[in-house]
Design a protein around this ligand. Structure first.
Ligand SMILES: NC(=O)c1ccc[n+]([C@@H]2O[C@H](COP(=O)([O-])OP(=O)(O)OC[C@H]3O[C@@H](n4cnc5c(N)ncnc54)[C@H](OP(=O)(O)O)[C@@H]3O)[C@@H](O)[C@H]2O)c1
Length: 319
């Protein structure tokens, strides 16, 4: 099979196209002929060995694929954690979900890691109540564009505020359904969020950057407000003081999708079916941000870390 392999950690140049032996399905696994590998911002952390968990080399990156099951011919998406940037993969059967007719491989893949993350941010983590104001940072990206779209139909949110770092992406976030989109840069962000919420503190923030964006967003929360941390794209750690949370009745919540693998039926399959049904009803339309040939995985990742993408990015592994 063809695959992207890393034999060292570093810049995009460490992502090399290689020919490797075909995978063999172990007990409980099935072989999938991959059509598309989904890119995720976390792939850029993995490439540098700066992700939530550390990796060993050599490594085939890629946490999710769409493709065809060898044994049944069914179209599926699969959460694979590693090994997705390849033409074939052996995956545990419990990590597969069938793609319904009428939904493209790319749309289904966009709804997997990023859609499930957006779904759990609203439902499992923030428990958004009807009418609450929700702030979605990086609202034009993969997770963000879906979190914005799902805020009202899934969570019953009131005002939806997106942030993005360029005018083009702020316009895109408005297109996804945000009421207002502002620059997410940390400077005076607390005041700018309150202003964007017509002078009131906000109820919920989804933070993916950490650093100043996190600190300023925490301070913009109303009493009983929640900030959900699902990414640290700045790589800047934050310290939270319990006294601050107590004095202001504010909550900080963490989320990592891979813990959902502990209860795949309830935490992965059921929400994914819900997302697929919402896509079929037109409540959510995954934004396809771009597709690169497998050999250009490095350039595709650069699009993410260069903050240029709108929506989901893919590798066409057969191109
Ligand atoms: N916890 C989980 O289980 C989980 C699952 C999926 C994704 N995530 C996280 O969610 C975030 C979005 O992931 P994604 O795959 O959908 O990617 P994405 O949103 O399509 O791309 C990442 C976005 O982060 C922003 N960004 C990039 N570099 C940054 C920097 N140095 N400082 C501040 N912002 C920066 C950019 O948006 P702007 O420039 O417009 O701000 C960029 O578009 C990432 O942090 C990712 O790690 C977490």
């Amino acid at each position: 099979m063809r695959a992207i392999q890393q034999t060292e950690f570093g810049g995009p140049e460490v992502l090399e196209l290689v020919e490797l032996a075909d995978p063999v399905a172990g007990p409980g696994e099935v072989l999938v002929d991959v059509t598309y590998a989904g890119l995720n911002f976390a792939d850029t952390h993995t490439r540098q060995n700066e992700y939530v968990h550390q990796d060993d080399l050599p490594l085939i990156p890629g946490a999710e694929v769409a493709g065809v099951r060898r044994d049944t011919g069914e179209r599926v998406v699969a959460l694979c954690q590693r090994g997705g940037y390849a033409t074939q993969i052996a995956v545990e059967e419990k990590r597969l979900a069938p793609i319904p007719d009428g939904l493209s491989d790319q749309a289904a893949l966009a709804l997997q890691i990023q859609g499930l993350t957006a779904w759990h941010l609203h439902r499992t983590c923030a428990h958004v109540a009807p009418g609450e104001t929700v702030v979605v940072h990086s609202g034009a990206g993969g997770v963000g564009s879906l979190a914005v779209q799902l805020a009202r139909p899934l969570a019953g949110a009131g005002r939806v505020i997106a942030t993005a770092s360029s005018e083009a992406r702020r316009e895109a976030a408005i297109g996804f359904g945000a009421d207002v989109a502002i620059d997410g840069d940390g400077e005076r962000l607390t005041e700018r969020l309150v202003e964007a919420n017509e002078g009131r503190e906000v109820d919920v923030v989804f933070d993916m950057a950490g650093g100043e964006q996190f600190d300023q967003s925490l301070r913009a929360l109303a009493p009983f407000g929640r900030i959900v941390v699902c990414g640290i794209s700045t790589k800047q750690a934050n310290t939270v003081r319990t006294g601050h949370l107590l004095r202001n009745s504010r909550s900080v919540i963490g989320f990592w999708l891979f813990h959902c693998l502990n209860d795949p039926e309830r935490m992965l399959r059921a929400p994914l079916v819900d997302l697929f049904e919402r896509a079929a009803r037109g409540e959510v339309e995954p934004a396809i941000g771009g597709t690169w040939p497998l050999a250009e995985a490095g350039a595709a990742q650069e699009e993410l870390s260069g903050r240029r993408n709108t929506g989901k990015l893919f590798l066409d592994v057969n191109a």
